[in-house]
Design a protein around this ligand. Sequence first.
Ligand code: SAM
Length: 357
Amino acid sequence: METEGVKYAGSKLRLLPYIEQIVRDRGFTSVLDGFSGTTRVSQAFAQMGFAVTSNDVAHWSEAFALCYLKSAKPDSFYAPLIDELNALEGVEGWFAANYGGEGADGCKKPFQRRNAMKIDAVRERIDSFRLDKTDTSVLLSSLMLAMDAVDSTLGHYVSYLKHWSRRSYKPLTLRLPRRFATDSARHTVLRGDVFDAIRGRSFDLAYFDPPYGSNNEKMPPSRVRYGAYYHIWKSVVLNDKPEVFGKAARRVDSRDVECGSVFEDFRRGEDGRFVAISAIDELLGKTDAPFILLSYSSGGRATREELLDSIASHGRLLQAVSIDYRSHVMSSMSWTGDWKRDASGHQEYLFLVEKDI
Ligand SMILES: C[S@@+](CC[C@H](N)C(=O)[O-])C[C@H]1O[C@@H](n2cnc3c(N)ncnc32)[C@H](O)[C@@H]1O
């Protein structure tokens, strides 16, 4: 199944075939993707014929979801606009000032100057079209995918490479997002906290891919903070040219204190439990869906016992699989099974849970 998305820590691109294998032919109609990120899983669910509710706290995730799930106009509507954007000359603007070329300290930014100037020109022109939010989202998705194809990063925006990546020399070029035929009226796009997304709604299946935190006690700051890692996409979508700080020129509202999520919390709560694990437990309990599919990774905060305890207190584990990315092998895990937490082999887990009614 084809999907599109920017490079993203925790993207489930490579897990899609396994997710599809687990959820297909179970008679689901309505499906929630509660932490949709790149929206690749939402895109796959929609192509499988489900009525999808896609939710994430990130503005840019909403833009991608609107593009792939809700935009209903033909490519012929967007193609001339994209041609016009591609024909623009670059200009000096907020993106070029903060993310283009080399800084005074000689440090490389995430885009070559020429491409950063093009980003400025394109982003301003998109607003000048005065399209509705969904059509604007198609063009913003096209811009973000074009930026992702010429970045000079390791896949995040908290520090940049010493030497220009090869792809950064290519000219920024927008193309039509690869949308697929789907009944957009059946889908819902939400932007917000997952607990708001589940309130008052029920689904046949809820898929949860929360931030994992990190189980590395020595280096808690190494944990992925999504708002900080991907601040640039928020700036592209909002075009609000905020104040920035630090070497990576992050938006001030991407500081940890401003953008933290309970799911990214690495501390223990007053009850001695990790905050992130209590949040997952609460989510499993409050979700009104007979089936929940939970993604987790071997680098995550929860231990096997904690996660399995939480699952057992809310329902029955129907299927548990671990996927080794390097060997591309999916194996079944048993209750007492092989929870590989060693740093050598990164494992992804999928737990299909049937909830107690
Ligand atoms: C592991 S990523 C999801 C990746 C996604 N499945 C994909 O394939 O791209 C976790 C996501 O959770 C989002 N997030 C963090 N806290 C959240 C919350 N409280 N409610 C909803 N989304 C949240 C982050 O913005 C991030 O996109």
